[in-house]
Design a protein around this ligand. Structure first.
Ligand code: BGC
Length: 463
């Protein structure tokens, strides 16, 4: 993105006419659900699986709300068949899940665990037998603890470790899996895991964040190249957490603050892969990263021609200038402070216009071939009543976001798929089990699944 290309916020008028049907999105549109190994699988030490940073972090005291952990989670390890059949019954055609690196290489490198490969063969086969296209995410945040002990994402050797893991996985599943996603939200796992310490492995500060960013960006491209080499007909993507950023007022300090946050959240990992380098102009502190961690030849290696970019969007952000905040000199103006009441259970503003705007913003990059919305969804307080869950807020949420995606598509954005987050309620990282994001309710005491009204809405919409 060039300077001054800020897209001003606008009220997006979406037509309520009959155009809002599955068919309006086109015949080849992918409709799916997305989930992640750590959040769903459980069986954290079963059949030779090694410990991940999230196992270790979540077993410590006071890291997760109400001292919860994901040792069992949704028990997807034993119930994958039931869940895949559920996704099918809701008429989805795509099933996105991630592989746990530690199930395949318990120590991150070295000996391969056949039982781990076997598990993912079963998951993939089950998807294929049921007419669901598997989308495999190689990394959704559960780094092997043995590698973290060697420095994790801050150690440049991770480029080799990650490459070895990608080699094993892509050779093994080349004949079955066509759609691949290299990383899930690198800004998320480097920012929360290595800068604020809020997520695993709980490390803090620029000295951890900056090397982690560069090494994750290198792995993002390297992973793409390895998939291309090993899977001839692969469709390769990677995903980004994206939020449209609005300045609080028209004051120059707010507009500049919005640009800095936009660079951090939306551009940091996307632009190097497109050959545009890191957004050092808006984020001068990145110069330290470039000086210290970028080796000769890296800027070329950061580039990879992805077949699609995965946009993961939940909310927009409103920010204002704040000179006292280190590095970013910006602060979020929370919905409450703006008298905005429409928020989800996570406190995130329900902002379908933000989805439209971020899609339009990404569409301005000439080198993005195709966009897939690889995550979007909402947590609400769902209550079971007489065996039913009338999650009307979630139904309205999905309808409004989908209408804005359709509007973006009709305005020329090449968006060709939508994956809802998520199929079943699951383990929401440090928030534990309280935020419920599923189209299907789980009673975590009995593991019983109950399709919510939102799930039934998708079943109808996709029929
Ligand atoms: C992550 C998911 C997470 C979801 C809701 C995304 O950032 O990829 O793992 O559960 O948001 O917070």
């Amino acid at each position: 993105m060039q300077d001054n290309q800020y897209i001003s916020p606008s009220t997006i008028v979406v037509s309520q006419e009959n155009v809002f049907s599955k068919d309006a999105f086109g015949k080849d549109f992918a409709w799916g659900v997305a989930m992640a190994s750590f959040q769903n699988e459980g069986a954290w030490d079963k059949d030779g699986k090694g410990e991940s940073i999230w196992d270790k972090f979540s077993h410590k005291k006071n890291k997760i709300k109400d001292h919860q952990n994901a040792k069992v989670a949704c028990d997807f390890y034993h119930r994958f068949e039931e869940d895949i059949l559920l996704a099918k019954s809701l008429n989805f055609n795509t099933f996105r899940f991630s592989m746990a690196w530690t199930r395949i290489l318990p120590h991150g490198i070295g000996k391969v665990n056949q039982a781990g490969l076997e598990f993912y063969h079963q998951v993939i086969d089950c998807c294929l037998e049921n007419g669901l296209e598997p989308y495999v995410t190689l990394y959704h945040w559960d780094l092997p603890q043995s590698l973290e002990d060697k420095g994790g994402w801050t150690n440049r050797d991770i480029i080799d470790w990650f490459s070895d893991y990608c080699e094993v996985v892509t050779r093994e599943f080349a004949s079955k899996v066509k759609y691949w996603i290299v990383l899930n939200e690198p800004a998320g796992f480097t920012g929360l895991g290595y800068m604020t310490g809020y997520h695993a492995p709980g490390r803090l500060g620029m000295r951890n964040f900056l090397p982690a960013v560069h090494h994750a960006a290198m792995c993002q491209a390297e992973g793409g190249r390895i998939i291309r080499k090993n899977v001839p007909d692969a469709v390769i993507g990677t995903t980004f957490s994206c939020s449209f950023i609005e300045p609080y007022t028209n004051a120059e300090s707010d507009i500049k603050a919005a640009k800095r946050i936009d660079a951090l959240l939306n551009r940091l990992f996307l632009e190097p892969t497109l050959g545009l380098g890191y957004p050092v102009h808006e984020l001068p502190f990145l110069q330290n990263m470039v000086k210290k961690y970028v080796h000769a030849g890296d800027m070329e290696k950061l580039q990879f021609d992805f077949d699609f970019i995965g946009v993961q969007n939940y909310f927009k952000l409103v920010v204002k200038g704040a000179f006292w905040i280190p590095y970013l000199k910006a602060l979020e103006v929370k919905p409450k402070a703006r008298n905005v009441e429409s928020v989800t259970d996570m406190g995130w503003e329900i902002s379908p216009d933000g989805m439209y705007n971020i899609l339009k913003q990404f569409a301005e990059y000439k080198n993005i071939k195709q966009i897939i919305v690889t995550e979007n969804g909402a947590a609400f307080k769902d209550e079971l009543s007489d065996g039913n869950i009338d999650d009307n807020d979630r139904v309205t949420f999905y309808q409004s976001y989908l209408q804005h995606i359709l509007k973006a598509k009709q305005d020329g954005v090449k968006v060709n798929g939508y994956l809802a987050w998520t199929l079943t309620d699951n383990f929401e990282w440090t928030e534990g089990y309280k935020p419920r994001f599923g189209l299907v309710h789980i009673d975590f005491k009995t593991q019983q699944r109950t399709v919510k009204k939102s799930g039934k809405w998708f079943r109808e919409f996709l029929s």
